[in-house]
Design a protein. Structure first.
Length: 348
């Protein structure tokens, strides 16, 4: 009887221990694999800036209130050897219902969610810096200052006037905390990829033009007409002028040189303004692009129309232009347009 009672007692203790171990194991399993990220929507983004340390990350998670039980996350992070030594700053996407293990794995591996940067329709490097960094940790003034270092342009065989040509208008995925150097190197790779595709480099060579020269002429075409279908014709006109040694006489280059971008009517005083960008005073291309041209405008140079036009003039009440092969024909078109400007009170 005594032995039977003792056996029951031992068995009960063993079952209790087993139960406690099972409960403990289940609890630990829940801490590791159970859902601990609780969001109002399917996902949320958390930014961990450069300079953050591991404790800053923990505090950011606590402050975000995205974790149901922050203490369990910290325990699992410790078990998984996630600490200051393998902490990586960045932009991370959390999903509703994520486990602590999944979250630790995401952060420890540095699996960031990229952001999309779009660059187009900018006039100069300062505007570029503002646009390209709008969704990045990198500050626009910091990036502008970085690009203003003449050594940067020189490293890409460019100068301050031509550096804009390194940047091809498009949308790109980059990491939120990308550095100024890495961002520029990425844009340089995209630049090379762009010119290598579509036989663009070969087409430029056939025109006896460098990539920078094509980009620069494309920037003039971009500012001359908003009508995409017209651009190959405008490009052909300027190529005709370059081939014959005739100054481009492009009004947008004059406006760029003057620096007053509110000008709607280019007057004689503007044409006489001394600037290396004034293509009325200086033959050939200006020192560099006057804006970032669209890909359409770049392609229009490489696939320009073959014609004998040397002159173009805006048409009244239209975004399009009228083209002429002779100066007398052009003068008639220009006089008609000037009368329209005066009649509509456009004096500057």
């Amino acid at each position: 009887m005594l032995w039977t009672t003792r056996k029951k007692y031992i068995l009960g203790i063993a079952m209790l221990v087993l139960l406690l171990l099972s409960i403990g194991a289940y609890t630990v399993y829940q801490w590791i694999e159970g859902p601990n990220v609780e969001l109002d929507e399917d996902e949320a983004v958390i930014h961990l800036p450069t300079g953050y340390e591991f404790e800053d990350m923990l505090q950011a998670l606590r402050d975000s209130q995205y974790l149901k039980k922050p203490s369990t996350f910290e325990k699992v992070a410790s078990w998984m050897k996630y600490d200051q030594h393998n902490f990586k700053a960045g932009r991370y996407t959390l999903h509703n219902g994520m486990s602590n293990r999944s979250l630790v794995s995401l952060l420890r591996a540095g699996h960031q969610s990229p952001v999309i940067v779009t660059i187009n329709n900018v006039r100069d490097i300062n505007q570029l810096a503002g646009k390209i960094t709008s969704n990045l940790e990198l500050d626009s003034s910091t990036y502008s200052q970085y690009l203003s270092d003449t050594r940067i342009a020189k490293s890409y065989n460019l100068d301050s006037s031509t550096l804009l040509s390194l940047f091809v208008p498009n949308s790109y995925e980059v990491f939120w905390n990308v550095s100024a150097q890495d961002l520029t190197e990425r844009m340089a790779r995209e630049h090379d990829r762009f010119w290598e595709s579509g036989n663009r480099r070969e087409k430029a060579n056939r025109l006896n033009m460098s990539e920078v020269e094509v980009y620069t002429l494309a920037s003039i075409v971009e500012r001359e007409t908003q009508v995409a279908s017209e651009r190959p014709r405008v490009a052909g006109l300027y190529l005709n002028r370059i081939e014959r040694g005739i100054p481009l006489q492009a009004d947008p280059t004059v406006v760029f040189g003057v620096g007053d971008f509110t000008i709607r009517r280019v007057l004689n005083k503007h044409l006489a303004f001394e600037s290396p960008y004034n293509t009325y005073l200086h033959a050939g291309l200006p020192p560099g692009p006057i804006c970032m041209p669209s890909i359409n405008s770049i392609n229009s140079i490489l696939e320009a129309e073959n014609h004998n036009y040397l002159y173009m003039c805006a048409q009244p009440d239209s975004r399009e232009h009228v083209f002429a092969a002779t100066l007398s024909e052009h003068n008639r078109n220009a006089n008609r347009y000037r009368r329209w400007l005066t009649q509509n009170g456009i004096m500057r």
